[in-house]
Design a protein around this ligand. Structure first.
Ligand SMILES: [Zn+2]
Length: 122
């Protein structure tokens, strides 16, 4: 299946900027980790994923949206995305990594997101 997420999507850049401003340094897109996580903190063994609500089926209005055309195509595609996210999270946990998912819609409140990020990384 083709990649559903472009590298350097905008929400990810927003999160990276927040982290940088807080003094956190990270690595990007470690291909040797399950799911090639977006933002990686090797010393802390922590990763942050920035998920688009639509593609990754967040429990928010954007994540519940289903295109009106070709439901027989979108349903299975969304199921696969969810299954893959769950599998990646399990595999990361199994090798001792902790994971924080930041949803696109959360970026409407940068203060709250920043607090979550800092709490996760401390
Ligand atoms: Zn959302």
């Amino acid at each position: 299946m083709a990649r559903i997420r472009k590298v350097d999507t905008k929400p990810e850049l927003v999160v990276r900027k927040l982290l940088h401003a807080k003094g956190f340094r990270y690595r990007l897109h470690r291909r040797d980790l399950p799911g090639c996580p977006d933002i990686v903190f090797p010393g802390r063994k922590k990763v942050i994923l920035v998920h688009g609500c639509f593609w990754h089926r967040h429990e928010c209005p954007a994540g519940r949206k289903v295109p009106r055309s070709k439901p027989e195509y979108w349903g299975p595609k969304f199921d696969r995305n969810r299954a893959r996210d769950a599998r990646n999270a399990q595999e990361l946990a199994a090798i001792g990594w902790r994971l924080l998912t930041v949803w696109e819609c959360e970026l409407s409140n940068l203060e709250t997101v920043t607090r979550r990020l800092v709490r996760f990384l401390r």
